[in-house]
Design a protein. Structure first.
Length: 129
């Protein structure tokens, strides 16, 4: 099995109170089903063990300002993109675009683009080619 090239992704957020419920809904919807939370950070993993285990965390930084960086997550089909899009809308995502085909990337690039409640940018995408 190829190793996951990411040890972890650690996103800064301005305010835990504004984003925690969003991440509690979003991350399990894309396979990060096990969560750990403390006063200083919150993290979620998928099934597996290191080094293949994907890990996503967010840490509070009151001075954080979102920028143009975007993290994209792959899912197994267009129906999964649609399902996650409904979840993130209900959980408080902002600036949601899609889900829709984006042929400027590839003919079958189907994605939803959005921001967490603090403005961090994400994408959930499916493509075959």
């Amino acid at each position: 099995m190829p190793r996951n090239p990411f040890f972890h992704v650690d996103v800064r957020v301005r305010n835990f109170a504004e984003v925690t419920d969003f991440y509690r809904a979003f991350l399990p919807a894309i396979g990060f089903e096990k969560g750990w939370e403390s006063d200083d950070w919150k993290g979620y993993t998928a099934e597996g063990k290191f080094p293949e285990l994907p890990f996503f965390a967010f840490t509070e930084d009151p001075d954080h300002r979102a920028n143009a960086n975007r993290i994209a997550f792959w899912v197994s089909g267009q129906g999964e993109v649609d399902r996650v899009a409904a979840i993130i809308r209900k959980a408080g995502a902002i600036n949601v675009e899609g889900p829709s085909l984006n042929p400027e990337y590839s003919p079958d690039y189907y994605a939803v683009f959005f921001e967490d409640p603090n403005g961090n940018r994400f994408e959930v995408v499916h493509r075959e080619t």
